[in-house]
Write a protein that binds this ligand. Structure first.
Ligand code: ADP
Ligand code: ZN
Ligand code: ZN
Length: 644
C-alpha cells in the first residue's frame, strides 16, 4: 500500500525544497523529494540524508503546490502523485541533464488565409485577458478552425516569452498536432507521450523545465510538465475520456487543467465540437466563457446525415444502401470510412445446436475470435486460446462465429471491393510504433481507399479526401445503463460525422440502426449537439446526477468474492456512521463486469450535491479505514469523479 505520509530526515547541508535526495528507507536506499524544512521533528533518532542529488530544485514551488492540491483533491498518496509527475529516470535518481539535445529546424509555413470574424473574436478575447486566469470553452463545430485559433494565440504569447501547454487526447492524434505546431510556430515544440523512450521523456521534461521548449504538447500526463513561463493551457477535444487516468493515481487532466492554469495565473482554453456536460455546466456557472465557431471556413459545409433502418435489412454487417453509397463515392475517386467500435473478427464464438458460447475462464465475458492468428482472445484480461474444433458441450462440429469486428468487416469489404485499398485502423493494426503514422500517411496521400476502424478514428483527424462516413453498430450505446452513454454516443456520432467532407465537396454520413426513432438521431442529423446536450443537462438536473452532483466510487476486488463484498459492506457501515446527511451512499454493487482476470469487483458509490461534504466524508473515512480488517487479499481504491 502506498504511504499517505512523508518522512523526516536530518540534513546539515542546505537542500532546497523540491530537490531530490538519496536516503535510506528500511533496508533500501531510495530517492526522495524534499517537501519541507522543519526545525524539529515528532520523532527522535532520525536518519541523515545520504546525498543531495540536485543543486537546484527539480520541482518548483508552483508545481509542488499543484501536486499537493491534486493529492489532496483525489485523496491520493503524495508519493504516488509525485511519481506520476516525474519521469522514471529522474525518479531513479539519474542526473537532471539533457542527454540528447534535439535539433529544431522547423520550416515555417505561414497561413495563407485570413481568420474568420468568429476566429478573430475568439483570439482577441483570449489574448485580451492573457495575464491572469480566465477559462474559455472554444466551442467550434468540427473543422471550424479551432486549431487555427490555438496556433495564432500561441504565436502571440511566444512573442511575449511565454510557454504554452497543449493537451491532446491520445497518442494517435499527437503526430498530426505536433506537425501542425511545428509548421507554424517559430519556436521549439516538444512532445510528451507514452511512446517516447525514457531518455526522450526525461529530455522533454527538462526542456520544459528550463523553458527551452516553447510549446509542450502531450497526452494527459503532460499536465504535470514543469513550465516556469507557462502562459496558456489548451485542452483539445476536452470531452475525450482519455484525459482520465484509469489506474493508480486516477486524475482527470481536463479537470486538473483549471488548477494548473490558476497556479500559473494563465488562461485556459477547452476546445471541442461536443463539450462534455461538465464543461457546459461550467459555462452555466460562469466558470468558463463560451466562444463559438459556428461554421466551417470558406466553402466547406457540414455533411448530410441519413439513417439506414436495419430492421428492414439482412443480418449482414453492411446494408445494401450503405454499399451503394460507398460505391458512388469511390467512383468519384474519393475516400470512404467505416466505423465500427469493435476490434477482432467476431465477438461471439458459439454452437448452433446447443447455444454453448466461448467464455473467458478468468472473466465474465465472451471470447472474441481473431482470425489472422486463429485465436480466441479475451479483451478484458488478454487470455488467449485455440478455438475448439467441436462443441465442448454437445460434441458436434457445429461451432460458428456471430457478429462483426473490424477484421471481419475488412474481409467482407475485400469481397465487395476487390480493387480498392483497404486500410484498417484499430489497436491490433497499430500496435507497432509508427504504424498509425504510416496508415495516416497513406490516407493523406489522397488516393481513393476504404478506411475501416474503431473509435481511434473519431478523434480530430483532418482527412481532406474523405467524402463518406458509414457508422455501424451504434445501438449498444442506446441501450446501455450507464447514465453517460447517450452523451458519449452523441459526441462520438458528431465527431465521426465531422470527419466527412472537410474540403470543398459536401460530405455524407450514414448511420445504421435498429432504433431510427431515438431522439438522438434528430439532433445528430441537424448537427445540433448543443440542443441535445441541453436536453441531457435538464435530465441530469432532474435526477441530480453529475454534473449537478458529485460522485466518488470505492472499488474493492479480491479472488474471493465474499471477501470483496464484505469489505465494502464494512466501509459502507463506516460511511453511514459519519453524520453527513447530504451524502448519499449506495452499494456495494457488483462491477459492470463482476469478474475480471480472476478477481471479483464490487463498487460503493458516494454522491452529494455539495462537493465539500463529499470530501469531508472521504477525509473522515481515511482516518478510520485502517480499523477495517480487510481480510488478507482485498485490494481497493478510490475514484473521485469516476466516469465509468
Ligand atoms: P478544427 O480544429 O476546428 O477541427 P482546423 O483548425 O483543423 O479545425 O481547421 C480545419 C481546416 O480549415 C484546416 O485545414 C485549416 O487549415 C483550415 N482553416 C482554418 N481556419 C481557416 C480560415 N480562416 N480560412 C480558411 N481555412 C481555414
Ligand atoms: Zn478474460
Ligand atoms: Zn453444442
Amino acid at each position: 500500500m502506498p504511504l499517505h505520509k512523508s518522512f523526516d530526515y536530518l540534513c546539515d547541508d542546505d537542500v532546497s525544497i523540491g530537490a531530490r535526495v538519496k536516503v535510506s528507507f528500511g533496508r533500501k536506499q531510495v530517492v526522495g523529494i524534499v517537501l519541507s524544512h522543519k526545525d524539529k521533528s515528532d520523532f527522535d533518532k532520525l536518519k541523515s540524508v545520504e546525498e543531495a542529488l540536485d543543486n537546484e530544485p527539480l520541482l518548483s514551488k508552483d508545481i509542488l503546490d499543484f501536486l499537493f492540491w491534486a493529492a489532496n483533491y483525489y485523496h491520493h498518496p503524495i508519493g504516488e502523485v509525485l511519481a506520476s509527475a516525474i519521469p522514471k529516470n529522474l525518479r531513479l535518481g539519474k542526473p537532471a541533464e539533457i542527454k540528447k539535445a534535439r535539433a529544431f529546424d522547423n520550416q515555417i509555413t505561414p497561413a495563407e488565409f485570413e481568420t474568420t470574424s468568429e476566429q478573430d473574436n475568439a483570439i482577441k478575447t483570449i489574448l485580451g485577458c492573457a495575464d491572469s486566469f480566465n477559462g474559455f470553452l472554444l466551442h467550434g463545430v468540427t473543422g471550424s478552425g479551432k486549431t487555427e485559433v490555438y496556433l495564432r494565440i500561441t504565436e502571440a504569447l511566444l512573442k511575449q516569452g511565454k510557454q504554452v501547454l497543449v493537451l491532446v487526447p491520445e497518442i494517435g492524434l499527437t503526430p498530426q498536432m505536433i506537425a501542425r505546431f511545428e509548421q507554424r510556430i517559430d519556436g521549439k515544440v516538444v512532445a510528451i507521450h507514452s511512446q517516447l523512450n525514457e531518455t526522450q521523456k526525461t529530455d522533454a521534461y527538462l526542456m520544459a523545465k528550463s523553458a527551452e521548449a516553447n510549446v509542450v504538447l502531450g497526452t494527459r500526463s503532460a499536465i504535470f510538465a514543469p513550465m516556469p513561463n507557462l502562459g496558456l493551457v489548451i485542452v483539445d477535444e476536452e470531452h475525450d475520456g482519455s484525459f482520465k487516468q484509469q489506474s493508480s493515481f486516477r486524475y482527470s487532466a481536463r479537470d486538473l487543467s483549471f488548477m494548473r492554469a490558476k497556479f500559473a495565473n494563465a488562461p485556459l482554453i477547452l476546445g471541442t465540437a461536443t463539450p462534455s456536460l461538465e464543461t457546459l455546466k461550467n459555462v452555466m456557472d460562469k466558470k468558463l466563457t463560451r466562444l463559438v465557431l459556428s461554421t466551417r471556413p470558406g466553402e466547406t459545409v457540414m455533411p448530410e446525415v441519413s439513417l439506414i433502418d436495419m430492421r428492414s435489412q439482412s443480418a449482414e454487417a453492411m446494408s445494401l444502401p450503405l454499399i451503394d453509397k460507398m460505391k458512388r463515392h469511390l467512383k468519384n475517386n474519393r475516400q470512404v470510412m467505416l466505423f465500427i467500435n469493435r476490434r477482432g473478427y467476431a465477438p461471439v464464438f458459439y454452437c448452433t445446436e446447443c447455444d454453448w458460447k466461448a467464455e473467458c475462464n478468468h472473466c465474465d465475458s465472451q471470447m472474441v475470435y481473431h482470425r489472422h492468428i486463429n485465436r480466441l482472445k479475451c479483451h478484458h484480461c488478454g487470455a488467449e486460446q485455440m478455438p475448439e474444433s467441436s462443441c465442448p458441450s454437445c460434441n458436434q462440429s457445429t461451432l460458428k462465429v456471430l457478429g462483426y469486428g473490424t477484421e471481419r468487416l475488412e474481409e467482407n469489404l475485400e469481397s465487395y471491393f476487390p480493387d480498392t485499398d483497404i486500410i484498417r485502423i484499430d489497436r491490433d493494426t497499430t500496435r507497432r510504433k509508427k504504424a498509425f503514422a504510416q496508415h495516416l500517411e497513406k490516407i493523406n496521400s489522397g488516393e481513393p481507399c476504404i478506411i475501416v476502424g474503431t473509435q481511434m478514428l473519431a478523434k480530430g483527424h483532418d482527412f481532406s479526401q474523405l467524402a463518406f462516413v458509414g457508422i455501424l453498430d451504434v445501438d449498444v450505446g442506446l441501450l446501455s445503463l450507464d447514465f453517460r452513454a447517450t452523451e458519449n454516443l452523441a459526441q462520438l456520432l458528431i465527431q465521426v460525422s465531422g470527419r466527412a467532407g472537410r474540403s470543398e465537396h459536401k460530405g455524407e454520413v450514414a448511420i445504421q440502426t435498429r432504433y431510427p426513432n431515438h431522439p438522438i438521431f434528430e439532433y445528430v442529423r441537424q448537427a445540433n449537439y448543443t440542443k441535445y446536450a441541453s436536453s441531457l443537462l435538464k435530465e441530469r438536473q432532474q435526477t441530480q446526477l453529475p454534473p449537478f452532483s458529485h460522485q466518488a466510487m470505492i472499488c474493492a476486488n479480491a479472488k474471493n468474492k465474499a471477501q470483496a463484498e464484505a469489505f465494502l459492506n464494512e466501509v459502507a457501515q463506516l460511511l453511514r456512521s459519519i453524520d453527513l446527511s447530504t451524502v448519499e451512499i449506495w452499494g456495494p454493487v457488483p462491477g459492470v463486469i463482476e469478474k475480471k482476470a480472476d478477481y471479483f469487483y464490487f463498487n460503493l458509490y458516494l454522491q452529494s450535491v455539495e462537493r465539500q461534504a463529499l470530501h469531508r466524508m472521504l477525509n473522515t473515512m481515511y482516518k478510520h479505514i485502517d480499523g477495517i480488517k480487510a481480510s488478507g487479499s482485498v485490494r481497493w481504491f478510490l475514484d473521485v469523479d469516476p466516469i465509468e
